[in-house]
Each structure stands twice: as structure tokens, then as C-alpha cells.
Design a protein around this ligand. Structure first.
Ligand SMILES: *Cc1c(COP(=O)(O)O)cnc(C)c1O
Length: 412
């Protein structure tokens, strides 16, 4: 189909997430349609190339079209694509669960519950925490504490935890109590008797304009939760799988939580799969026939997704991905320091290969800069007036340079 006809067809029938659709479908707007990709390079319907500046909305880890991950999915496809995990099992999930718990030190993480995306991984943790206390003698613990400007996903249950009104929509603490705190100090003032769990995006809040928590905060939060016997749920949907320079953000502060929620990068951005990791204590709180966890989804532990995730972990080992990350992180810091001198840049923040760049100007400036960056071969999406750079971990120094150059040109 010729590109123009294809664009018309797409505009007639598709409805896009987080997208003002009237402007999208307006005369003259031609959607960028990505038709192929390799490494950090994306190609659209006209064959134009762009660098994937936000790792395809924070999912991609080892680059697109990676031979090892492609081969693993194809091999699995030749066996079976999907069978039920309700009452049955399969080797890919069994192996993946073992590899995931082994990524955390000390053996505290023991169990893996699979689901489909970040939102379901979060909901799973919340429901497990609430049900655990209900059936283990402390039913008064019915409250989840979430932080100011938190973002934990868009399904009704996950959105109830969110602290950003735009993304909360109609969800308003659906079905369970949520208390919101600004800081660790405010949390300490709460009486813990009714608290089931505290949930946090460790070290950095993505959707809250890439806001960094103070160093040591996570460690202190973990200690407080331990003292009060309140579960700690870590949302590592964005920060997991090397994004911050270590496999998981919690490893920067030697924290192993009660629940660890993983999604986006789990399959290296190939397929929708999520995992909620938890402890022996939580698991044993569900023993007994009346204590079953009645929760799950049709595609739980999908075989293709599990095969992609196993292959992604193999790439981490075989390509020594985390070791090769350190010089890239240092180089990005240099580039950001330079970019920070641009007149319209107010501030830059970085954690590992995650960068937020605040630009001044009226609402919509961030979007305008990202639109202009397309002309210079970079695709990314801002959060209000914060530009986001979060490339796949396979990014080269030369590609980082081109990405930041594209932002600089777009800014000017
Ligand atoms: C993206 C994201 C989610 C939601 O994940 P989905 O796969 O979009 O449901 C939750 N928490 C954080 C920190 C995220 O970045």
C-alpha cells in the first residue's frame, strides 16, 4: 500500500494511548509508522531512519532485531507459542523463574508470578500484599502507601496508586485504601497498624519528570518497613534490566524488597511479559486450600515471552552488557553537561542510561523540541517540558553523540 493511503487508513481506525486524537487525525498529520529496525535504528514507512531515543517507550534493552533473541523466539515458535499456565506448566517459565530469583542476592526472593505488563505486575503485588494480611491474622492492614507523583501503570488498580492527576483519569482508589505521602519523613509520621505495604519507584520516578530520590532514601525506607513489618513493593518496571547501570535499581542501595515488579525490559522490549517476584514468607502465607491466590491472565507466562526473556538474560552474560555500560554512562554525563549549557536548558538529571533534560518555555515546548528532533534523526517523547533520553543499552558512543546533537539542534 502506498504510504499516503496507509496513513489515511491508520488515521481512520486506530486509537492511540496518551494521544490527543483530534490532532492526530487532523488533515495534514502523517503518523510516523515504524516498519523495521535494527540495533538503535528505526526505519519508517518512507525508509527514513531515526535513533530510538527512548528505547521504544522504555522497553528495549539490547537493540532491535537482536540475533540471539530473534533466534530464541523462532526456536520456541517451532515448538509451541502459548499454552495455559493455569494448572499446567512449561520448561521456559520454570527456567526463567529460577534465573530471575538468582539475579537478587541472598536467596530472599524465591517465587515468581508471571503476568503481562507493568500494570498487572503491580496489581499482582498489591493484591498479594492485601490478601496476605487478610488471611494471616492482621486484616486491619488494608492500606497501601504510595508516593507523591508516583506512576505505577494505567489499569484501574494500578492507576489508583498514581499521584499524577492526568494519568489517574477516572480511577480513584478503586477497591482499596491508598494513602499518599510526599517523603520518607511524612511516611514515618503515619501509624503503621493499618499499612499493608509501601510502593515506590526506587531511585528515580520516571513519569514524574525523571525525579531522583535522595541517595540513601531507599535503604532507609527498607529499614523502616522492616521495623514496622510493612511490605516494601518496588516498581522496577522502568529501572529494571540495567537501565540504571546495575541490573536492578535496588542493588545500588543493597535492598531486597518483599515484592519486585518487572515488565518493560524483561523480554528486552520484544514481547509483553511481566513478573512479580516475592519471598518465601509471602508465598507460605498462601498455603491452605482457602488461601489460594485467585488472580491471573490468559497469557500468563506466555512461552514466546519467556523464551525472549531467557535469551535477553543470556545476552546480558555473553555480551557482558553491564560491564560495557559504565563508559557509556560516563560519556552521557559529559554530553549532558555540555547540553546543560544551552540557553534553553534549565536542568539535566541522569541515572545510568536514563536522562531527563528540562527545557524552559510554555506548555508544549518539550513536545515541540521532540518534533523538531525528528528532523535530525531522533525519536523520543517528552514528559511535559522534560526531554527524555533512554536509549537501548546497546547504544554506541557515536549514537549517544548523535542523539544529544539532535536534541541540541532541535533546541536551537
Ligand atoms: C511503564 C511503567 C508502568 C506500567 O507498565 P505497563 O507495561 O505500561 O503497564 C509501571 N511503573 C513504571 C515505573 C513504569 O515506568
Amino acid at each position: 500500500m502506498p504510504p499516503a493511503a496507509l496513513a489515511e487508513l491508520e488515521k481512520r481506525h486506530s486509537w492511540h494511548p496518551f494521544t490527543p486524537m483530534q490532532a492526530w487525525t487532523a488533515e495534514g498529520h502523517e503518523p510516523v509508522m515504524i516498519e523495521s529496525a535494527s540495533g538503535c535504528a528505526l526505519r519508517d514507512q518512507h525508509g527514513r531512519e531515526y535513533l530510538d531515543g527512548n528505547a521504544s517507550i522504555w522497553t528495549n534493552i539490547h537493540g532491535h532485531n537482536h540475533p540471539v533473541i530473534n533466534a530464541a523466539i523462532i526456536e520456541q515458535l517451532g515448538k509451541v507459542a502459548h499454552t495455559s499456565f493455569l494448572g499446567f506448566s512449561h520448561s521456559t517459565a520454570a527456567l526463567l523463574a529460577k534465573e530471575l530469583v538468582d539475579l537478587l542476592p541472598g536467596g530472599k526472593m524465591e517465587r515468581v508470578f508471571f503476568s503481562d505488563d507493568g500494570s498487572t505486575a503491580i496489581e499482582c503485588a498489591v493484591r498479594m500484599a492485601l490478601q496476605f494480611w487478610r488471611q494471616n491474622g492482621q486484616p486491619e492492614r488494608d492500606t497501601i502507601v504510595a508516593f507523591d507523583r508516583a506512576y505505577h501503570g494505567d489499569t484501574l488498580g494500578a492507576a489508583s496508586l498514581g499521584g499524577i492527576p492526568t494519568f489517574k483519569g477516572s480511577a480513584n482508589q478503586f477497591g482499596y485504601r491508598v494513602v499518599r505521602v510526599q517523603s520518607l519523613d511524612e511516611l514515618r509520621e503515619l501509624s503503621p497498624e493499618r499499612l499493608a505495604a509501601v510502593i515506590i519507584e526506587p531511585l528515580i520516578q520516571g513519569v514524574a519528570n525523571m525525579r531522583l530520590w535522595p541517595t540513601g532514601m531507599l535503604r532507609e525506607l527498607n529499614a523502616w518497613c522492616g521495623q514496622k513489618d510493612v511490605f516494601l513493593i518496588l516498581d522496577e518496571v522502568m529501572t529494571g534490566f540495567g537501565r540504571t547501570g546495575k541490573m536492578f535499581a535496588c542493588q545500588h542501595e543493597d535492598v531486597v524488597p518483599d515484592f519486585l515488579c518487572l515488565a518493560k525490559g524483561l523480554t528486552s522490549g520484544y514481547l509483553p511479559l511481566a513478573a512479580t517476584l516475592t519471598t518465601k514468607r509471602v508465598f507460605e502465607g498462601f498455603h491452605g486450600p482457602e488461601n489460594t491466590f485467585y488472580y491471573g491472565h490468559s497469557y500468563t507466562a506466555n512461552q514466546l515471552g519467556c523464551a525472549a526473556a531467557l535469551a535477553s538474560l543470556r545476552v546480558f552474560r555473553e555480551e557482558a552488557v553491564l560491564e560495557h555500560l559504565q563508559p557509556k554512562i560516563a560519556f552521557l554525563a559529559e554530553l549532558l553537561a555540555e547540553l546543560g549549557k544551552q540557553p534553553r536548558v534549565v536542568a539535566t538529571r541522569q541515572l545510568g542510561l536514563i536522562a531527563g533534560i528540562d527545557v524552559e518555555g510554555p506548555a508544549g515546548t518539550g513536545a515541540a523540541v521532540c518534533l523538531a528532533a525528528r528532523q535530525h534523526g531522533l525519536l523520543t517523547r517528552p514528559i511535559q517540558n522534560t526531554l527524555v533520553l533512554m536509549p537501548p543499552l546497546c547504544v554506541t558512543a557515536e549514537e549517544l553523540l548523535r542523539m544529544v546533537d539532535a536534541l541540541r539542534l532541535a533546541l536551537s
